[in-house]
Design a protein around this ligand. Structure first.
Ligand code: BGC
Length: 764
């Protein structure tokens, strides 16, 4: 029950939302939850992770492969589609345990016949190029069914068309289509094979943008007809000599293996994913399903290559240019670090591969080191434009400073890398490009900082923090803390390399010509200004001068809205001159640096900023949930947790900024839901030395149970209202050090410890 998402009936206006909600994929590609008969009109999309293209002056974005799953049914001359036919039944189901999408429809034909159609599809996790589709149909009365199935090359593009020189063909029963991307000339090849075991007439029909099989069946009333389809996708970015040949070969092999075997192999890989990641919550079925659904969305888009990271809208389309933001490091990475370090490593390595782009960006703005792209694609050059929003009133491009001023991105990259290293213990990442990234980020901040001679301190001026409604501010607390953290980890990196890897250390310092920077970083780390909590209110001012802004409440602010999609920030946005913030900013900082601040400071800031936060970004809710849990109020946090965990189920999120469509899935919120549950309510707070557990379960939750990986050791943890049970895996090679109830506790390999735990409700 808690593994299935379903939707009954078909309504056209839900097509876009359900496309995202029922997304399947395998990290190599993502496929929206559209119907077999759908086309680009219904936003069918088979996005290829990490394959980008630019047409003319339009935005660069990931490409959609030709749709090899396209299939329509025609009964006695009548085309059957969910959008045009009468439906007796229609159901869409997503099995999140195995990433299988099912649709079942009973079409009412005008002549009174009923045609039943069921199809299952999966994007193999065992062979990431392969897709399987099993389609079954039957009719209540004898009839002629004509199926058209094959490859539709007329794909949905936001800033396309990206596919040029479409070529089709049929070889040994396999149909295929190949195209070249416009900018780089990458080859994209799709092949399709079919397995039919019933009598039918078949022919192949080619059109300029499609190649389809036409299959005619004289269907007997009540009889079920089933066929299997295998689709394979390769591009010239894959390590194959000829993408077209590889795709055809893959279809041949699929025919040999057969549907059941391929499906089984796929399912087995998902079982492995869940063995590591699953969380069980007793007492709250809604939270259970929403949390699993969130983790599903992270797993279904988890990359297989270290040259690819996770875009802000996952693989749910070309939205947001398929760009990778700070979302990955700060919101998604923790889930992978704690449950699947192998995938986490790829995400971290992506930033090593894109260091070149970050260096170019620093140079472009007159700085040194690495200034990471606000919107990163394959090369790390910044895809974010200077005029990233169109004003809904004038229809003119609006100058935004996301690209120029969100310098915290380089701190986020360093933060993610260091968390990965300390929590997995994988030192090799530092030698494998990670140290260089950290040092270059620190160097960037030194060159960006302003030394205020009068006050004898470094300041970080003219930045935009996570709250994008207030651009170009000074000493944003989130940014200053991220800068400080970067400097600290740079010094720790230098220390570690020098102590343990002398040769590599000298090589790197020489190669980067870093000698003078070491002294700079030491000095700046000592003298960096950090805004402090006010001595009376304990509130930390989000940036210099924030307190001088108009203190309007959110309800009042919203009465000033003129257009439903108007942008609240920018030069004359309604929030710009007020204290209303777009998303967690000081609160984000208090979560990242929770160990540096007292309970009272966290509580005072939560209470102050919460009513002033619009949550105009899906990244915001989880941070309020995390800090609420941290200060002992799980109930305050629960509603924010649920908002984060259900965002893609309900579709309740911003769809437009200005004229820009930003719909799709929300992997950062998905990762945020995981963080809220495990790092928030279960209270896990690990560092390189130990794992602290300090749970604050919401009232409804009788228990939560999950697995964690830490420094190569595995454990399972069950938390009830009264006890914490820890099981150290039998394969562990080291004792696990915990701190629970303020007490240090060790758990030996294979040992199970049950500790009484008294949740202190008085702390609020
Ligand atoms: C948020 C950013 C976020 C981006 C992508 C924006 O609306 O303000 O913090 O990185 O969306 O999710």
């Amino acid at each position: 029950m808690s593994w299935l998402i379903n939707n009954l009936g078909y309504t056209e206006d839900k097509t876009a939302h359900n496309g995202s909600k029922f997304l399947i994929g395998n990290g190599y590609m993502g496929y929206r939850g559209t119907m077999d008969e759908h086309t680009k009109e219904q936003l069918v999309s088979c996005v290829l992770a990490g394959v980008y293209d630019k047409v003319g002056d339009s935005w660069r974005e990931p490409i959609n492969a030709p749709n090899g799953l396209f299939t329509t049914l025609n009964c006695d001359g009548e085309v059957l589609t969910v959008q045009s036919s009468q439906l007796e039944k229609h159901e869409q189901v997503l099995d999140i345990k195995h990433a299988i999408h099912t649709r079942e429809t009973i079409f009412e034909v005008s002549n009174g016949n009923l045609v039943h159609l069921k199809s299952d599809r999966f994007f193999s996790l065992d062979d990431i190029h392969l897709v399987g589709l099993q389609l079954t149909f039957s009719a209540v009365q004898d009839c002629t069914i004509v199926i058209e199935t094959g490859i539709d090359g007329d794909v949905w593009d936001i800033n396309g068309p990206h596919l040029s020189q479409l070529a089709t063909g049929a070889t040994n029963g396999i149909i295929h289509m190949s195209a070249l991307t416009q900018e780089m000339g990458y080859q994209v090849a799709v092949s399709e094979a079919i397995e039919i075991d019933f009598a039918a007439k078949q022919q192949i029909i080619t059109a300029p943008q499609s190649i389809l099989r036409q299959i005619t069946v004289e269907a007997t009333a009540g009889e079920e007809y089933t066929f299997n389809k295998y689709v394979s996708v390769f591009t010239s970015l894959d390590s194959v000599e000829d993408a077209g040949h590889a795709a055809q070969l893959s279809c041949h092999n699929a025919l040999k293996s057969g549907y059941d075997t391929l499906l089984l192999n796929h399912k087995q890989q998902w079982v492995k994913y869940w063995e590591k990641a699953d969380i069980s919550i007793v007492g709250d079925d809604d939270a259970q399903l929403a949390l699993r659904y969130s983790m599903y969305h992270l797993l279904v888009i988890a990359p297989h290559s270290e040259k690819v990271s996770i875009p802000a809208r996952g693989l749910s389309g070309q939205v947001y240019k398929g760009a990778v933001f700070w979302d990955t490091e700060m919101f998604m990475l923790p889930f992978f670090v704690y449950t699947n370090p192998e995938i986490a490593r790829r995400l971290v390595k992506y930033r090593c591969h894109t260091l070149g782009g970050a260096r170019l960006k620093a140079i472009e703005y007159g700085f040194r080191g690495a200034y990471y792209a606000w919107e990163s694609q394959d090369t790390g050059e910044d895809a974010c434009t200077l005029f990233n929003i169109t004003d809904v009133f004038t229809n003119r491009p609006m100058r935004t400073y996301f690209r120029d001023k969100q310098v915290h991105i380089s701190g986020d990259v360093a933060y993610g890398l260091w968390k990965y290293y300390t929590l997995t213990g994988d030192e090799s990442i530092l030698l494998d490009g990670g140290a260089e990234v950290i040092l270059e980020c620190a160097r960037f901040f030194y060159s960006y900082a302003y030394f205020n001679k009068d006050k004898n301190r470094y300041e970080i001026l003219d930045v935009t923090g996570p709250d994008e409604y207030h651009e170009r501010v000074n000493n944003n607390i989130f940014t200053n803390q991220m800068v400080k953290y970067t400097l600290e980890v740079a010094l720790q990196t230098l220390d570690l390399l020098e102590r343990k890897y002398g040769e590599e250390y000298s090589k790197l310092i020489n190669q980067l010509n870093y000698q003078a920077d070491i002294a700079h970083i030491h000095e700046m780390n000592e003298l960096l200004y950090m805004p402090q909590p006010d001595s009376e209110s304990l509130v930390i001012e989000q940036f210099d001068g924030y307190h001088k802004l108009e203190d309007v409440n959110l309800k009042e602010l919203k009465t000033r809205v003129i257009h439903p999609n108007e942008y609240y920030g920018g030069g004359n946005g309604i929030a710009t001159s007020t204290k209303i913030i777009k998303q967690a900013d000081t609160i984000a900082m208090l979560n990242m640096f929770k160990n540096n601040y007292s309970h009272e400071v966290k509580k005072a800031n939560w209470s102050y900023y919460e009513p002033r936060t619009e949550h105009g970004s899906s990244l915001s809710h989880c941070l309020y949930s995390l800090v609420a849990a941290d200060i002992g109020n799980a109930e305050w946090g629960y509603k924010y947790f649920m908002k984060s965990a259900t965002i893609d189920l309900t579709g309740e999120s911003k769809q437009y900024v200005g004229t820009l469509y930003i719909g799709g899935t929300h992997p950062a919120a998905n990762g945020g839901a995981w963080m809220s549950a495990v790092l928030g309510f279960a209270g896990v707070n690990a560092n390189e030395h130990q794992i602290l557990i300090n749970p604050k379960l919401p009232d409804k939750w009788e228990s939560i149970a999950f697995n964690l990986s830490w420094k190569g050791q595995k454990m399972s943890i069950t938390i009830t209202k009264l006890a914490i049970v820890i099981r150290a895996d039998r394969t562990n090679t080291a004792t696990l050090p915990f701190e629970i109830n303020g007490e240090a506790i060790e758990c030996q390999t294979g040992q199970e410890l049950s500790l009484n735990f008294h949740y202190d409700r008085s702390i609020i």
